[in-house]
Design a protein around this ligand. Structure first.
Ligand code: FAD
Length: 399
C-alpha cells in the first residue's frame, strides 16, 4: 500500500492519520477536509465557548508543525464529492485523488428542522462557526428557545442559563434523552433542567418558527423568545458516497472490523454504522471516545494482512456537562431493568445500572466519574448483573 486517503478532517480523521504513522505506515497520507480549518475539538463548543470561558481558537487539536512531522498532506476546504471504487479515486471539485487504502471519517452534520424554511433564523451547533455565531447571539438575547433536549440541546440550555438568560427547552419525547438513557433516567435529567430554572416542555411538537424567536407548537401554544436554536441530532455525512456502491443506511454500513464492504475501505467515527459484537446490535454513535477508538482500529485493520484484523467491540461512552454536573453514560439503555445502585438522584449525584437478561449492559452517572469509568470496564468485560451489584456493595466500584 503506497497511498492512503483519509476523508474527513475531524477527530476520527486526525486520529486515523496519527495511528497510521504510529503503526509504521511510511507511504503517502492525505487528509481531506470540507472545512477551511484543521481538526478541532467539538465538545467545548456547547460548553466553554458558549459561556465565554473558552477561546474558540484553543479548540484546534494540533499545530502546523505537528502535521509537518506526520508528513500528512492536509487538503482543507475541499469536500469529497464522490467515490469511484473501480478506479480507486476520491473526487473533489478541484480534481481527483487516487488511493490504495481509504478511511471514511466524514462525521455528521446537524439536522435541520422540518419546519425550516422562509426568513426565520434558527441557530444550530456543530461547527466552530456555528458556535461563534450562537455565542454572539446569546450575548444580545434575553430568552432563548432550544428545540431538542438531547445532549447538545441540554448543554446549550445549561450554558444559556449560566449566562443568565431565560431558557425554554422543547422536547418532543416525554423526557429528555429518552432514546439514549431511557425514560427512568430521563426523568432525572428533566428534574436537573427544572431545578436550574430551565422551562422544560416535553411532548412539544414544533409547528413553525416565526421571526427570530417565536415558536408555535402544533397544539397552538406560542413560546415568545428572541432566539431559537435547534439541537435535534445529527445526520451522517454520506451524500458523497451515494454512487459508490457502498451500503448507506443512517451511516456507512460496516462489518465488526469497520470494513465498509470493500477490502480497501474502512471507516471511523460518527459516520459509521457497525455491528458491535459486545452487544450484538447494529449501532451508530456520536461520541468522542468512540471516534478515537474506532480510528485506531480502522487504521490497524486497513494495514493488517488479510484475515488478521480485529473487530471493534467498544463500550459506547459519552460525557456531558450540565449546570455544573458531570453526566456520563456507558453502554446501552435498552434494558430489562434500570436500578440506582449508589447515591441520590434527588441530589443529582448517583450511579445507575442497566440490566439485560443476566448481564450488566449500561451505566449512567451524575457526578460519579470514577465509579462510572470502573463500571464501563465491567460492561466491557461482560460482567454478570449479580457480580456487578456485589462489587458495588463491596465498595470496589465506588472508591
Ligand atoms: P466530525 O467531528 O464531525 O468530523 C468530520 C469532519 O469531516 C468534519 O470536519 C466535516 O466537515 C468533514 N466532512 C464532512 N463531509 C465531508 C466531505 N464530503 N469531504 C471531506 N470532509 C468532510 N462527545 C462526547 O463524548 N462528549 C461531549 O461532551 C461531546 N460534546 C459535543 C458537543 C458538540 C457541540 C458537538 C457537535 C459534538 C459533541 N460530542 C461530544 C461529539 C463528538 O464531538 C463527536 O462524536 C466527534 O466530533 C466525532 O468525530 P468525527 O471525526 O467522526 O466527526
Amino acid at each position: 500500500m503506497k497511498r492512503i486517503v483519509v476523508v474527513g478532517a475531524g477527530l476520527a480523521g486526525l486520529r486515523t492519520v496519527e495511528a497510521l504513522r504510529k503503526l509504521g505506515f511510511d507511504g503517502a497520507v492525505t487528509l481531506l477536509g470540507a472545512e477551511e480549518i484543521g481538526p478541532y475539538d467539538r465538545p467545548p463548543l456547547s460548553k466553554q465557548v458558549l459561556t465565554g470561558k473558552g477561546d474558540p481558537a484553543e479548540t484546534a487539536y494540533r499545530s502546523a508543525a505537528h502535521y509537518a512531522d506526520l508528513r500528512v498532506e492536509l487538503r482543507l476546504g475541499q469536500p469529497a464529492t464522490a467515490l469511484d471504487l473501480t478506479s480507486r479515486t476520491v473526487k473533489t471539485d478541484g480534481g481527483e485523488l487516487s488511493f490504495d487504502g481509504l478511511i471514511v471519517a466524514t462525521g455528521a452534520a446537524a439536522r435541520l428542522l422540518a419546519v425550516e424554511s422562509g426568513p426565520s433564523r434558527i441557530h444550530r451547533l456543530r461547527t466552530l462557526d456555528d458556535a461563534r455565531e450562537l455565542r454572539d447571539a446569546l450575548q444580545v438575547s434575553r430568552h432563548v428557545v432550544v428545540i431538542g433536549a438531547g445532549f447538545i440541546g441540554s448543554e446549550i440550555a445549561s450554558s444559556a442559563r449560566m449566562l443568565g438568560l431565560e431558557v425554554t427547552l422543547l422536547e418532543a419525547a416525554p423526557v429528555p434523552l429518552a432514546r439514549v438513557v431511557g425514560p427512568q433516567i430521563g426523568q432525572i435529567c428533566a428534574a436537573l433542567h427544572r431545578e436550574n430554572g430551565t422551562r422544560l416542555i416535553c411532548g412539544a411538537q414544533v409547528g413553525s418558527v416565526e421571526g427570530s424567536g417565536r415558536v408555535r407548537l402544533t397544539d397552538g401554544r406560542i413560546i415568545e423568545g428572541d432566539l431559537v436554536v435547534a439541537g435535534i441530532g445529527a445526520a451522517p455525512e454520506t451524500g458523497w458516497l451515494a454512487s459508490s456502491g457502498l451500503t448507506v443506511a443512517d451511516g456507512l454500513v460496516c462489518d465488526p472490523f469497520l470494513s465498509a464492504g470493500h477490502p480497501a475501505v474502512y471507516a471511523a467515527g460518527d459516520v459509521v454504522r457497525w455491528r458491535n459484537p459486545l452487544f450484538g446490535t447494529s449501532m451508530r454513535t456520536e461520541q468522542w471516545t468512540n471516534a478515537v477508538e474506532q480510528a485506531r482500529r480502522a487504521a490497524a485493520n486497513l494495514l493488517a494482512d488479510p484475515g488478521k484484523g480485529q473487530p471493534y467491540a467498544g463500550v459506547n461512552y459519552f460525557w456531558s456537562d450540565q449546570y455544573g454536573v458531570r453526566i456520563q453514560s456507558a453502554g446501552i439503555a435498552e434494558a430489562d431493568e434500570v436500578r440506582v445502585v449508589h447515591g441520590s438522584p434527588a441530589e443529582f449525584r448517583f450511579l445507575a445500572y442497566y440490566r439485560k437478561g443476566d448481564r450488566l449492559v449500561g451505566a449512567f452517572a451524575m457526578d460519579q466519574p470514577v465509579p462510572l469509568v470502573r463500571s464501563k470496564l465491567l460492561i466491557e468485560a461482560r460482567t454478570s448483573w449479580e457480580e456487578a451489584l456485589s462489587l458495588v456493595r463491596a465498595g470496589e466500584i465506588l472508591t
